[in-house]
Design a protein around this ligand. Structure first.
Ligand SMILES: [Zn+2]
Length: 193
């Protein structure tokens, strides 16, 4: 079965048992938001105990505090009333295995999927590529604790983010499923009056 058919079959089964979820309110019932990585091994609903309607989950490559992530967080608070936010990066993140220069070099040569070897990513596809990658900040990660702290600090200091929202910084361990606090991030994200 193709991926498309698998997804549609799974959705049929899900919708058949939808029940009371049709009555959920739009604002998150538990009043919080999580910014985390898109990594396929991470399931925020499971690692943080969420059901439909509980919380906002904002995901991108790395779980970084990009302008678009901040756009979502501001909407989450301003219009939908979340009161606490989490920034959760993780061990063994793909964003640690390249930097802007590498990504730009790869995409300049080929748009096709690269391979990952002992020395990092390398191109196996054919060209042409594009220099457009030069205009994107890929927000890669060289140190997880540092990236979590940087992102919490950026969100906390953003002019559209009120000082009263506590922001917690954590790293999810892909080998244990545990959330490990980054104390410097949580300290930086503490609510101020
Ligand atoms: Zn990741």
């Amino acid at each position: 079965m193709s991926v498309l058919n698998e997804v549609l079959a799974a959705n049929d089964a899900y919708a058949a048992d939808f029940g009371a979820k049709s009555e959920l309110a739009l604002p998150p019932a538990r009043g919080f938001a999580i910014l985390t990585c898109m990594d396929a091994r991470l399931d925020p609903a499971k690692y943080a105990g969420l059901s439909e309607g509980d919380a906002h989950v904002i995901r991108n490559a790395g779980g970084r505090a990009s302008n678009d992530a901040i756009r979502s967080l501001v909407i989450s608070y301003k219009l939908l009333g979340t009161k606490e936010w989490f920034v959760i990066h993780h061990t063994n993140c793909g964003m640690e295995f390249f930097n802007d220069e590498v990504m730009r070099g790869l995409l300049a040569h080929s748009l096709e999927t690269a391979a990952l070897g002992a020395d990092g990513f390398y191109d196996v596809g054919s060209g042409p590529g594009s220099a457009e990658a030069n205009y994107i900040n890929w927000l890669t990660i060289s140190n997880q604790s540092q990236s979590v702290t940087e992102d919490v600090v950026r969100i906390k200091n953003h002019p559209l983010v009120p000082a009263g929202i506590p922001i917690y910084g954590y790293i999810y361990d892909v080998t244990t499923g545990r959330l490990v606090e980054v104390p410097s991030a949580t300290a930086a994200g503490a609510a101020k009056k």
